[in-house]
Design a protein around this ligand. Structure first.
Ligand SMILES: [Zn+2]
Length: 417
């Protein structure tokens, strides 16, 4: 069977035909060149306006890289025509297998970008004998196509979170759709300021924002402010995960200070190796940790008391009626304010300040389940860890959209992978 036969089957163009196919050796590697010719009766298409136009002249032959066959690089060779367009002037023609000045065919770009979802960009480049740059451009192409063609209708619930992409307070703001049945990354923006988050709403549009029913966030002030302003009608829920992580941070602070104090006062270092014990939930203890915990319980330590407070607070999430949950929350805060443990008192104050938003958790019950935003954010972190070689937040944003955006892809006559 001829290569041309396969190509005519999987990559057929109305106004172009495949010519000679030859194999050659380049830098010690095999390559296949496929000549492409325009049909004699076909008029070239202007790349400026997309309309047929009279021919002007012909440029030198160019090569377009196609999907490799059996590890052999494949190129289309074609001498581009220029047109004399009545509207656009002299322009290079538009060809169906590639866009703009790209040296890669569109099929090859989709091929690379699909593999780059499964492998790291570096591995993709290595496996297919191409460069990181080519993989990057391919993914970028797929992402911008996807963003242009995605459907943003019917979104009722969103969650916002930040992610650190570089040391030294370099953050990105990520907005997710968290509707039942459709969870995806909607937007990435630099920094975590009011301005950043406002940019999301500008992209999203007033109309769609007014149809949001739930918004989930942490206690970061700029986010709270923007949500109140742009989606005031939605139920704003403070994420359970973020509330508990605030508490864990407080416990950690208490433990560190107390361990220092004990050491200074010459007591036994009972708090050594206790960090995970104090932070973990009882159900998840290993045997060793259970022993350690019962040992710790014999002492009247602030760390242990803080931990018990948090354990007590877990019950909060099990309430069904908002009014009962509210009563519990208030009592818990009162108890904690009497505890004389600074970091825990701070948590109680924060909870009091955000009382209504936290109670919204119960008003949204059944719609926003715990950990959706957390789960998506963990995936985002994983993507960033895998994505070495990114120097700019633009490249990171592209990688994130690519992995988590659930973006549509163009229709193919043939799927390569
Ligand atoms: Zn034109």
């Amino acid at each position: 069977m001829l290569l041309k036969t396969i190509l005519n089957r999987i990559e057929h163009y109305k106004s172009f035909v495949y010519g000679k196919v030859r194999m050659l050796e380049e830098d010690g590697k095999l390559a296949i060149e496929v000549e492409v010719e325009a049909r004699a009766n076909g008029k070239p298409i202007c790349s400026g306006c997309g309309h047929p136009a009279p021919g002007y002249d012909r440029l030198a032959k160019r090569r377009f890289e196609y999907v490799p066959l059996w590890g052999i690089a494949v190129f289309f060779c074609y001498a581009m025509r220029r047109v004399d367009c009545p509207q656009c002037g002299v322009k290079v023609e538009q060809v169906p297998w590639a866009e703009g000045k790209s040296r890669l065919t569109t099929s090859y770009r989709w091929f690379l970008s699909r593999w780059a979802k499964r492998l790291s960009w570096q591995e993709t480049a290595r496996v297919f004998g191409t460069t990181w740059e080519h993989v990057f451009r391919s993914v970028k192409y797929a992402v911008s196509w996807g963003l242009k063609h995605r459907d943003l209708e019917g979104i009722e619930a969103i969650g916002v979170d930040e992610i650190q992409w570089r040391r030294g307070h370099k953050y990105l703001t990520l907005v997710y759709q968290i509707d039942e049945g459709c969870r995806r990354l909607l937007w990435v923006g630099k920094d975590r300021t009011t301005k950043t988050f406002l940019r999301f709403f500008r992209m999203f549009g007033q109309e769609r924002s007014s149809r949001l029913r739930f918004v989930c966030s942490d206690m970061w002030k700029p986010y709270l402010k923007v949500i109140a302003k742009k989606a005031g009608q939605a139920i704003h829920v403070l994420d359970r995960f973020h509330v508990m992580s605030k508490m864990n941070k407080a416990i950690d602070e208490v433990r560190a200070a107390e361990a220092k104090r004990l050491e200074r006062d010459g007591y036994e270092p009972v708090l050594k190796h206790s960090r995970w014990c104090l932070l973990k939930r009882k159900e998840n203890f290993t045997e060793k940790q259970a022993v350690k915990m019962s040992e710790l319980l014999q002492y009247n330590l602030q760390s242990v008391r803080s931990r018990l407070m948090r354990e007590d607070f877990q019950r909060f999430w099990e309430y069904y009626y908002p009014a009962c949950a509210a009563k519990f929350l208030d009592e818990w805060c009162t108890r904690t304010m009497r505890s004389k443990i600074g970091p825990m008192k701070k948590v109680a104050k924060t909870l009091r300040r955000h009382r209504e938003l936290i109670l919204n958790w119960f008003r949204a019950e059944g719609v926003i389940s715990s950990g959706i935003v957390e789960g998506l954010n963990n995936k985002a972190k994983l993507t960033m860890r895998k994505a070495y070689g990114f120097r700019t937040e633009k490249a990171i944003a592209i990688a994130l959209y690519h992995q988590l955006g659930d973006l549509p892809e163009t229709e193919f006559t043939h799927r390569f992978c």
